[in-house]
Design a binder for this molecule. Structure first.
Ligand code: AP5
Ligand code: MG
Length: 221
């Protein structure tokens, strides 16, 4: 089962990916996480990506495609994967479809998480992440048991560099301008499923499960 989790910054792609990984035993492929690892390791790619990410822009299609191409061919993706944060442009989507076509695969579901922009800003400003295991939290909506400490590995939680207010606003604009049109792109292929992304995290999980389990959406856009 090959899934794209789609939605604007802060819509819950990472949060819901964690649950799909556990329930369906397929890996998450997050281009944002891969780029942040490259930035942290100060690789040549990471050095190029850092200033773009800090400003809330998109890293070039070529760089991102290179990352995804290697990843989907790995053996743990044989029975499926979740793409989180990719594709983000029409050329990325075209390249993905042709890449999968070449290895006899296709996208089965594009789950689009719908959340209004006021809520997105509030979510991103309160987000905290574990620098060790990558688990995500929110200071109000998704608190760790002990404030500021990861439940899984006890590391001190951090705030992402691109979660400052100005950068968040730019990321939301970039999403509207360059990424949101992918919804109609995937709708044309009949694989787009819109899910309201507001409300309790477990209720959103249940809606996603019902789509992935049955293949029949209650709200097929
Ligand atoms: P990326 O890491 O992909 O970030 P993003 O798309 O901006 O999305 P986020 O990770 O910020 O949000 P999310 O949807 O995962 O939400 P989360 O679950 O954390 O990309 C970062 C950058 O990398 C890009 O700006 C770009 O520069 C570059 N990049 C990446 N991919 C690229 C590509 N393909 N092409 C070019 N450049 C690329 O949730 C957010 C918060 O809300 C958390 O605190 C969470 O606890 C909370 N929350 C989640 N669900 C709920 C809920 N139901 N109710 C209340 N709070 C909730
Ligand atoms: Mg994310």
């Amino acid at each position: 089962m090959n899934v794209i989790l789609f939605g604007p910054p802060g819509s819950g792609k990472g949060t819901q990916s964690q649950f799909i990984v556990e329930r369906y035993a397929i890996p998450q492929i997050s281009t944002g996480d891969m780029l942040r690892s490259a930035v942290k390791a100060k690789t040549p790619l990471g050095i190029i990506a850092k200033s773009i990410m800090d400003a809330g822009g998109l890293v070039s299609d070529d760089i991102v495609l290179g990352l995804v191409k290697d990843r989907v061919s790995q053996t743990d993706c044989a029975s499926g994967f979740i793409l989180d944060g990719f594709p983000r442009t029409i050329p990325q989507a075209d390249a993905l479809i042709s890449l999968l076509d070449g290895i006899g695969k296709k996208i089965d579901f594009v789950i689009s998480l719908e959340v209004d922009s006021k809520e997105l800003i509030c979510r991103l400003s309160g987000r905290r992440t574990c620098p060790v295991c990558g688990k995500g939290y929110h200071v109000i909506y998704n608190k760790p048991v002990q404030e500021g400490v990861c439940d899984s590995c006890s590391a001190a939680l951090v705030q992402r560099d691109d979660d400052s207010e100005l950068t968040v606003i730019n990321r939301l604009n970039v999403y509207e301008e360059q990424t949101s049109s992918l919804k109609s792109y995937f709708n044309k292929s009949g694989v787009l499923y819109s899910v309201p992304g507001s409300g309790p995290i477990n209720e959103i999980q249940a809606k996603i499960s019902s789509i992935l389990d049955s293949g029949v959406a209650s709200d097929h856009s």
